[in-house]
Ligand binder design. Structure first.
Ligand SMILES: Cc1cc2nc3c(=O)[nH]c(=O)nc-3n(C[C@H](O)[C@H](O)[C@H](O)COP(=O)(O)O)c2cc1C
Length: 324
């Protein structure tokens, strides 16, 4: 008998599949669809700190009186937040799977206090989508320090697990993951995918790039899952970015992930893909004589394979010099 139960960031999941934060996790209707399809947990669409601030700034320019601007700013902020809190409450009441709230933030300000309200509304955990693009304005370690300070501040305020959705742009990912674990973070999501841009050469302007990830994106996710899992034992990892099949889900767990976040796949194939992945995972486990996720979780991580250097192989030159 195969059992798909797993844990991530202190949460018990009936299976490792988590719906990643997106427009698919923004309403009770679509959340219920994901739950009915068998998903193990749901990360709600992020509340964007930037979005709230931009709206506020734009409207304060329109307002004639500073008092009016203050009123409008507060109203908009509360309106966004109230709607988000309603979503958390309804999701908690109507769903049996863990509900993870998400905040997209880039500086330490009022949202930190708001995290407590999110906890009180019933969120089972909070995922932080933290990123500052360093286009040369900040010191080298700005982003790393920001992650660390964010976890420190949140741990003073809330008791639900804090999960960090990491950027790939970190110079020493295992080192940072170790610091976050020591500070009490519940786990990391490897990785966040940012808005992609492109250049339209006909009109010579910046346009948006592909919205969804593709199959080749998974390789980096896999490499870093295996390295962080081996280097920071006992720290929970959710694999994300580029998971497009049940085989990818198995690979992520072999590399050391306890949970697997899906997003592009759910957009492209709909919630029906969840049942298919779970069935195939169960069949693979049966054939491989594994009863539980823990029986093979991390079996091929950086610490458990004979040649960990395989995960460090990055240069093509030696291996594919005769490739045609
Ligand atoms: C349409 C869309 C909306 C998204 N919105 C959010 C969001 O609000 N917050 C967030 O943290 N990630 C957001 N993401 C990123 C996904 O949660 C996920 O990290 C990313 O798509 C990589 O996973 P995938 O390869 O399975 O798509 C969004 C992705 C898509 C495609």
């Amino acid at each position: 008998m195969v059992n798909l139960e797993t844990t991530f960031a202190g949460l018990r999941l009936k299976n490792p599949l988590i719906a990643g934060s997106s427009g698919l996790t923004n309403s009770i209707k679509s959340i219920k669809e994901l739950e009915n399809a068998g998903i193990g947990a749901i990360v709600l669409k992020s509340l964007f700190e930037e979005q709230i601030e931009n709206h506020s700034e734009r409207l304060s320019r329109i307002a004639d009186y500073p008092e009016a601007a203050d009123y409008i700013n507060t109203y908009i902020e509360m309106n966004h937040m109230d709607k988000y809190l309603d979503l958390i409450r309804s999701a908690g009441e109507e769903c049996d799977v863990p509900i993870i709230a998400s905040i997209n933030c880039y500086k330490l300000n009022r949202w930190v206090e708001f995290a407590k309200t999110i906890q009180d509304a019933g969120a089972d955990a909070i995922e932080l989508n933290v990123f500052v693009l360093n286009a040369g304005e900040f010191e080298d370690t700005y982003l790393e320090n920001f992650y660390v300070n964010t976890v420190k501040e949140l741990k003073k305020i809330i008791r639900i697990p804090v999960v960090i959705k990491m950027s790939k742009n970190i110079s020493n990912l295992p080192g940072l993951a170790g610091r976050l674990k020591a500070l009490g973070a519940g786990g990391v999501v490897l990785f966040n995918r940012f808005y992609q841009l492109d250049i339209d050469i006909k009109n010579q302007e910046i346009t948006s790039g592909p919205v969804f990830s593709n199959l080749s994106d998974f390789s980096e996710t896999l490499r870093w899952t295996a390295i962080v899992s081996g280097r920071v034992p006992g720290f929970d990892i959710a694999c994300s970015y580029g998971i497009h099949s049940w085989e990818d889900a198995i690979k992520g767990i072999l590399a050391g992930a306890g949970a697997i976040q899906l997003c592009s796949l759910l957009y492209e194939q709909g919630p029906g893909a969840i049942e298919n992945i779970l069935t195939c995972m169960e069949e693979w486990m049966l054939q491989s004589n594994y009863e539980r996720i823990n029986d093979f979780k991390g079996k091929l991580n950086f610490a458990n394979i004979k040649s960990p250097a395989l995960y460090e192989r990055v240069q093509f030159m030696k291996y594919f010099s005769n490739y045609k």
